[in-house]
Write a protein that binds this ligand. Structure first.
Ligand SMILES: Cc1cc2nc3c(=O)[nH]c(=O)nc-3n(C[C@H](O)[C@H](O)[C@H](O)COP(=O)(O)OP(=O)(O)OC[C@H]3O[C@@H](n4cnc5c(N)ncnc54)[C@H](O)[C@@H]3O)c2cc1C
Length: 409
C-alpha cells in the first residue's frame, strides 16, 4: 500500500485550506505531513469577490466536520440571507429572508480557516510554475526560487479555475469554456454616500433586478458596508473586447467601462444607472465552466492517460462552475470533506483519489445542472421574472408583492 508522507496542497483558497484542516484534525496517527503552497504574499492579501453563503447540505457539513461551528457563527451574517427581486423599473416583485443562508465574507472565511491550522502549514508567496516527476516524488518549482524545488509524495491541486496542476494531470481537460454569459463585477466602497437609497433596498443582504433581453443586475452588501454587484447578460465570448475595447485581466479605463455599462443597461431605472455612474471599480468576469452543460464526466474520464498518478484536483481546479447557483465554494468544501474521508481510510492513496473523484463527479454533475437552471432563468429573454421567481420559491418563502401575487399560480 503506497502511503505518501508529504502531501502538498497548491492553493490556499477555501478548498485547499478546508482540506488541510480536515486532514490535520482527522490524522490521529500522524500519517501525513500537510503543506499548503499559496501564491498570495501573506494572509492579509485582498481577496476579490462578494460574500458567500455556505449551504446546509455542503459548506456547513464541512463546518461541522471541521469543528468550526462557533467560529463560523461568530462571523456569518444572518441578515445577509435577505433577498429581493425587482423589475428593471425597480418595482419590487418579491422578497424573502432565508436565515439558514447567512453570508460570510471571503476574507473572514480565509481567516477562520487559517486560524484552525497548525502553525506554518501555509507557505505564502509560493507561486507554482511547474511540476517535474522525480522518481516517486513530485518536484514543485515556485516563482520566488527557481534554483531548487520543493518535493512531495502526493499532490492536490486546489489552485482555482485556471489551475496549472490540472494541465499537468490531464492536458486534454486544461481549459474552462465560456458559458455564454458575461459577468461584470462592480464595487462601491462608500454606498452610504454614493447610493443611500439603493443601500436601503438591500437590507444588508441581496437584491437583484431582471430586465429585458435577459439582463440581470444583482447587488449585495458586504460585512464592511461596501456594495458589490454582478451584472450579467448573454453575449458572445469576446463582446466586451470587440464592442467596447474592454479586456478581462487588464487595467481598464474605468470611465470608459462605466459608459459601456450605461449603454448595456440602457432602459433600467435611473437609480440603477446612478449606481453604475458611482461605481469605484469594474472588472470583467466571464462565466466559465470546466465541465459545463453536462460535460463534467466526459471531461474527467475521456482525457486519456493520466500524467501524474498520485495527484488530484479539488474545488474550481476540478470543476469550475459559473456562480449563478452559489455552488462553487460549497462544492470546494464538500470536495475537502470527501477527499479527507478517503485519505483517512486504511487504503492506498491512488485508490483514495479514485474513490474521491467518483464521488466528486456525481455531486458536481448535479451542481452544474442546477447552475444551468439558475443561469437560464436569470437570462431568459422571454419571461425571466416568472421563471426566476418559481426557482427561488423552491429555495425559501418568497413573499410576493400585491401586483405579482398570482405569479406562482
Ligand atoms: C464572480 C464570481 C462570483 C462567485 N460567487 C459565488 C457565490 O456566491 N457562492 C459560491 O459558492 N461561489 C461563488 N463563486 C465561486 C467561488 O468563488 C469558487 O468556487 C471558490 O472560491 C473555489 O474555491 P477554490 O479554493 O477551489 O479556488 P479559489 O478560491 O480560486 O482559490 C485558489 C487559490 O489558489 C491560489 N493559486 C492559484 N494559482 C496558484 C499557483 N500557480 N500557485 C500557488 N497558488 C495558486 C490562488 O491565489 C487562490 O488563493 C463565485 C465566483 C466568481 C468568479
Amino acid at each position: 500500500m503506497s502511503s505518501p508522507k508529504q502531501i502538498a496542497i497548491v492553493g490556499g483558497g477555501p478548498g485547499g485550506l478546508s482540506l488541510a484542516r480536515l486532514l490535520q484534525l482527522g490524522d490521529k496517527t500522524h500519517r501525513y505531513d500537510v503543506k499548503v503552497y499559496e501564491r498570495d504574499l501573506n494572509s492579509e492579501a485582498r481577496i476579490e469577490g462578494g460574500s458567500l453563503d455556505l449551504h446546509v447540505g455542503s459548506g456547513q457539513v464541512f463546518i461541522d466536520r471541521a469543528e468550526l461551528r462557533s467560529a463560523y457563527e461568530a462571523v456569518a451574517r444572518v441578515d445577509g440571507g435577505y433577498y429581493a427581486m425587482y423589475t428593471q423599473e425597480l418595482e419590487r416583485v418579491w422578497h424573502m429572508a432565508v436565515p439558514q443562508h447567512p453570508e460570510m465574507d471571503r476574507y473572514d472565511l480565509r481567516t477562520m480557516l487559517l486560524d484552525s491550522l497548525k502553525p506554518n502549514t501555509v507557505e505564502w508567496n509560493h507561486h507554482l510554475l511547474k511540476i517535474d516527476v522525480v522518481g516517486d516524488k513530485y518536484a514543485l518549482w515556485f516563482k520566488h526560487n527557481q534554483e531548487s524545488p520543493v518535493y512531495c509524495d502526493a499532490l492536490i491541486g486546489a489552485d482555482g479555475a485556471f489551475s496549472k496542476i490540472r494541465a499537468h494531470i490531464a492536458p486534454a481537460m486544461a481549459k474552462p469554456t465560456y458559458s455564454g454569459v458575461t459577468l461584470i463585477q462592480g464595487e462601491l466602497l462608500h454606498p452610504d454616500t454614493q447610493c443611500p437609497k439603493m443601500l436601503s433596498r438591500l437590507h444588508r443582504g441581496n437584491m437583484f433586478t431582471l430586465g429585458s433581453r435577459g439582463r440581470h443586475f444583482g447587488l449585495q452588501q458586504k460585512t464592511d458596508g461596501s456594495i458589490i454587484y454582478y451584472a450579467s447578460f448573454k453575449v458572445p465570448e469576446h463582446f466586451m473586447e470587440e464592442k467596447y475595447g474592454i479586456h478581462s485581466n487588464e487595467q481598464v479605463d474605468q470611465a470608459v467601462f462605466r459608459l459601456a455599462m450605461l449603454d448595456i443597461f440602457e432602459g433600467f431605472d435611473p437609480e440603477i444607472l446612478d449606481v453604475i455612474k458611482a461605481t469605484d471599480r469594474l472588472v470583467v468576469r466571464k462565466a466559465t465552466g470546466l465541465m459545463y452543460r453536462s460535460t463534467l464526466e466526459d471531461r474527467w474520464t475521456n482525457f486519456g492517460e493520466r500524467k501524474l498518478p498520485l495527484a488530484t484536483l479539488i474545488g474550481d481546479a476540478a470543476h469550475v462552475i459559473p456562480s449563478f447557483a452559489g455552488q462553487g465554494v460549497n462544492n470546494a468544501m464538500m470536495d475537502a470533506v470527501e477527499l479527507a474521508e478517503e485519505l483517512l481510510k486504511d487504503q492506498d492513496c491512488a485508490m483514495a483519489f479514485s474513490a474521491y473523484e467518483q464521488r466528486m463527479l456525481e455531486r458536481c454533475t448535479r451542481a452544474a445542472q442546477m447552475t444551468e437552471v439558475f443561469e437560464d432563468a436569470f437570462h431568459d429573454e422571454k419571461d425571466n421574472i416568472a421563471t426566476t421567481t418559481k426557482m427561488f420559491a423552491k429555495v425559501g418563502p418568497v413573499k410576493l408583492d400585491d401586483r405579482w401575487k398570482n405569479l406562482l399560480d
